[in-house]
Design a protein around this ligand. Structure first.
Ligand SMILES: NC(=O)c1ccc[n+]([C@@H]2O[C@H](COP(=O)([O-])OP(=O)(O)OC[C@H]3O[C@@H](n4cnc5c(N)ncnc54)[C@H](OP(=O)(O)O)[C@@H]3O)[C@@H](O)[C@H]2O)c1
Length: 287
């Protein structure tokens, strides 16, 4: 059993930085055609150059899009489909923590829009090509921060007041509810979907966030940064789930350090997952 990815096409969101960038490099080194997504133009171009030159693999592409907006998600899916006829691995990885309440151009709370709805909508837009390319894999980057999250339909977008850690934890819980519900819906299709916690990673995470410096969350992150693992190590489980034959038929699971692990009891609430699905589908206009 080898992890050779030659001929496979992988799309990674948030590949302009951190875990996503190192995941792109790892998959490029295994021979995959890697379509990197980034938002910031300079970081995106630098990441593309880094992955191409470090891997020596010429089959690396870049699509830029702001995934906090539905039009950006649509642009990413449309551009991908215009250039590629198959998709073997979709990695939903782009995410951030916002220190203050902000709404997107669509009028949605930012953390909810980027960390959850972008995963949901991009996956939906690409599901036809994933199914046609089966066996195919979807990987959702969640976090152990989900343990502090809550599914409250009346407070999905911080309607009752904004707390950055709560908003982030909720969004990472939603990643798991989405993963498990999608796995149920994809039974019998040979498209698998799994989620993972990358570990505590010394990435840019939070750094580009206005207001983080001097805030409680910022001070905490600075304090614990010395114990964080490298971006390369943070990418290991993503690369494993994207490429290992050992997990070809595994679906609906949560991974940490390449091992199946249990997520919080709340994340297995099938009724909450169904409700979140319905709300999300309405928000993207497919229900
Ligand atoms: N770092 C950790 O300790 C940790 C722990 C658990 C889970 N995670 C998860 O791991 C994932 C990657 O995080 P990371 O640590 O690698 O952070 P990072 O270095 O900050 O990378 C975040 C990525 O998300 C992209 N992004 C941010 N806002 C965007 C927007 N509006 N539209 C499109 N893309 C956007 C960034 O693009 P640009 O740079 O181009 O703006 C960047 O590529 C996230 O889902 C995070 O929740 C991280």
């Amino acid at each position: 059993m080898t992890n050779d990815m030659t001929g496979r096409i992988c799309l990674i969101t948030g590949a302009s930085s951190g875990i996503g960038k190192e995941t792109a490099l790892g998959l490029a080194q295994l021979g995959a055609t890697v379509v990197m997504h980034g938002n910031h133009p300079v970081r995106s171009q630098a990441a593309l150059d880094y992955v191409r030159s470090t891997s020596g693999n010429p089959n690396i592409d870049l699509i830029q899009a702001d995934l906090s907006q539905k039009s950006g998600i649509q642009h990413l899916a449309d551009t991908f489909k215009a250039n590629y006829s198959r998709l073997d691995v979709l990695l939903n990885n782009a995410g951030m923590l916002r220190t203050s309440y902000q709404t997107t151009l669509d009028g949605l709370e930012y953390t909810f829009a980027l960390n959850h709805l972008a995963y949901f909508m991009l996956t939906h837009l690409l599901l036809d090509v994933l199914k046609a390319s089966a066996p195919a894999r979807i990987i959702n980057i969640s976090s152990d921060a989900h343990t502090g999250g809550k599914f409250d339909p009346a407070n999905l977008q911080s309607e009752r007041g904004y707390n950055p850690l709560n908003a982030y934890s909720n969004s990472k819980l939603f990643n798991l509810l989405f993963t498990y519900e999608l796995a149920r819906r994809l039974q019998g299709t040979s498209v698998t979907v799994n989620a993972l916690h990358p570990g505590f990673v010394a990435s840019r995470f939070g750094k580009g966030n206005p207001g983080l410096r001097g805030s409680l969350v910022g001070s905490f992150m600075t304090l614990v940064r010395p114990i964080a693992i490298s971006e390369k190590r943070g990418a290991e489980t993503s690369i494993y789930l994207a490429s290992s034959p050992a997990v070809a038929n595994v679906t609906g699971m949560y991974f940490y350090r390449k091992q199946i692990t249990k997520s919080s009891p709340k994340s297995y609430d099938a009724e909450a997952a169904q409700q979140l699905w319905d709300i999300s589908a309405k928000l993207i206009g497919i229900a």
